[in-house]
Design a binder for this molecule. Structure first.
Ligand code: ADP
Ligand code: 5GP
Length: 188
């Protein structure tokens, strides 16, 4: 059995984290994607238990109080958190666990799990980021504005991460993520 590992993928909303993550999981089904809990409403097509566990704020606060979340943060008016138990179980089994989380959560993970490998995904430009957020067509104008506002502060923190990858060409970005993950572990 190999050694378990915690991998964090962070970057501004709309940069393409979800898209990259889906491709990564298709190509490496042995990776375990940690499904987060959120108080945000589901977007069209999002499935409870697959994309997120959608929950009430009351229930989220109970989870925080009972220490059930490995990290959590409030982002653009909603709460998001990583369920502790599943992550710990999979790491104990020797699996590689991937978290797709925002900056505050990534910082909490860095504090508590300094051995975690942290990747930051950058957009080619802020203009392109805005284009992608709008192109996704799933957030209100207000939500887009809030996300773009956050993006600048998030991008300024990119250097805190082990590696920065620009998601310009999707296949190239994916290749760089694979190189970073599998090369650092000494696995081909
Ligand atoms: P995030 O999960 O970071 O919020 P998404 O994966 O939802 O971002 O991507 C936001 C939008 O950008 C989607 O419409 C997606 O298809 C598009 N996108 C993702 N990566 C690229 C890329 N390399 N080039 C162009 N568009 C992209
Ligand atoms: P979205 O609403 O676009 O799905 O997600 C908004 C932001 O929350 C994204 O940056 C996403 O990575 C982040 N996020 C998703 N799940 C978690 C989580 O469990 N914890 C933290 N801290 N952020 C999360």
């Amino acid at each position: 059995m190999g050694l378990g590992r915690l991998i964090v993928l962070t970057g501004p909303s709309g940069v393409g984290k979800g898209t990259l993550m889906r491709s990564l999981l298709r190509r490496h089904p042995e990776l375990y994607f940690s499904v987060s809990v959120t108080t945000r409403s589901p977007r069209p097509g999002e499935i409870n238990g697959k994309h997120y566990y959608f929950t009430s704020r009351e229930d989220f606060e109970r989870m925080v109080a009972q220490g059930e979340l490995l990290e959590w943060a409030e982002f653009a008016g909603n709460c998001y958190g990583t369920p502790r138990q599943a992550v710990e179980q999979h790491i104990r089994k020797g699996e590689w666990v991937v978290l797709e989380i925002e900056l505050q959560g990534a910082r909490q993970i860095r504090q508590n799990f300094p051995e975690a490998f942290q990747i930051f995904i950058l957009p080619p430009s802020l203009t392109e980021l805005e284009f992608r957020l709008r192109g996704r067509g799933q957030d209100s104008e207000e939500a887009i504005a809030r996300r773009l506002n956050h993006a600048k502060a998030e991008i300024a923190a990119a250097d805190e991460f082990d590696i920065q990858i620009v998601n310009d060409d999707l296949d190239k970005a994916l290749e760089q993520i694979e190189m970073a993950l599998f090369a650092t572990a000494g696995v081909a």
